[in-house]
Design a binder for this molecule. Structure first.
Ligand SMILES: Nc1nc2c(ncn2[C@@H]2O[C@H](COP(=O)(O)OP(=O)(O)O)[C@@H](O)[C@H]2O)c(=O)[nH]1
Ligand SMILES: [Mg+2]
Length: 263
């Protein structure tokens, strides 16, 4: 990936401005825009030292900002991410949603791309997703993991649970969503201003899609990506998180919006 270790190397590679990133120890490519859009990638991580290394090594050159949110890891996640030039934010309060809120607050790109730190979502698909995002003139693009080709990537229990949750979301919001639990999205950063995101946990993934779906000013689209087996230990608890997400979804349908905007 595009890491440079000295200001001189960075300046030679990307121009004089890039030296700033090298001094701060960050991966920096001030000219790395994708078709005129500055791209921020956010990766929430809880003990993902194995996965995050592979994810960062496969990060496309055009990405302007890579934020790894270390959610109180006890392994070398932060060290690995820093050594590969990512910007590391530490969020000591656990929770997937909590990690994303911390990441969003530091994002500077026009467009944000998200994925897990476990190497189950393909970093190589970022350019393909951005191309679709721009072509479809979407504001929120969901990367569906279905159909899952790698038979080891997702258990039958997970597939079934996902189908139930995705059907529930589709019925409640009158809009077909194949993968309501996907952790890979592309969104225009400005739409976060209009979102009311209350979940700090795993339900955040479905909540951000609901907030996109129910806003008539946000164009929602979905396309498939290839999903593979994660590295390291799974953090999701299928029964607990599955039921929680189902009740959260129903509660969200009947609740009144409390606040607006998270950035
Ligand atoms: N469950 C959970 N995941 C977290 C947390 N903080 C960060 N993560 C990361 O969020 C991503 C999703 O978790 P994962 O176990 O892969 O869930 P799954 O992809 O839905 O099976 C991974 O990169 C985790 O390391 C947290 O507090 N809880
Ligand atoms: Mg995962």
């Amino acid at each position: 990936m595009g890491v440079c270790s000295t200001p001189e190397q960075c300046a030679a590679r990307w121009g004089p401005g890039a030296a700033r990133g090298a001094v701060a120890g960050l991966r920096y490519s001030g000219w790395g825009m994708y078709k005129g859009q500055r791209i921020t990638v956010i990766i929430p991580c809880l003990n993902e030292e194995q996965g995050i290394e592979k994810v960062l090594r496969r990060m496309p050159e055009f990405v302007d900002q890579v934020i790894v949110v270390d959610n109180g890891s006890t392994d070398r996640t932060s060290d690995v991410a820093l050594s590969l030039g990512a910007q590391v934010i530490r969020e000591n309060v656990r929770g997937y949603g909590r990690a994303y809120k911390a990441g969003f607050s530091q994002a500077t790109g026009d467009v944000i791309v998200t994925l897990d730190g476990d190497h189950s979502y393909p970093p190589d698909a970022i350019s393909y997703l951005l191309e679709a995002f721009l072509h479809l003139e979407a504001d929120f693009l969901n990367a569906s993991r279905f159909p899952v080709r790698d038979r080891l990537a997702m258990s039958f229990k997970h597939k079934f649970g996902n189908l139930v949750l995705s059907l529930a979301m589709s019925l409640v919001w009158f809009r077909w969503v194949r993968d309501s639990q996907s952790g890979m999205w592309v969104l225009r950063r400005s739409i976060l201003e209009e979102m009311d995101l209350v979940s700090d946990g795993m339900a955040f993934s479905e909540e951000i899609k609901i907030e996109a779906l129910r806003n008539p000013r946000v164009r929602f689209a979905e396309i498939s990506i290839q999903y593979s087996s994660r590295l390291g230990e799974i953090k999701l608890n299928p029964w607990r998180d599955g039921f929680h997400n189902l009740f959260f979804l129903i509660g969200k349908r009947f609740s009144r919006r409390s606040k607006r905007g998270i950035i």
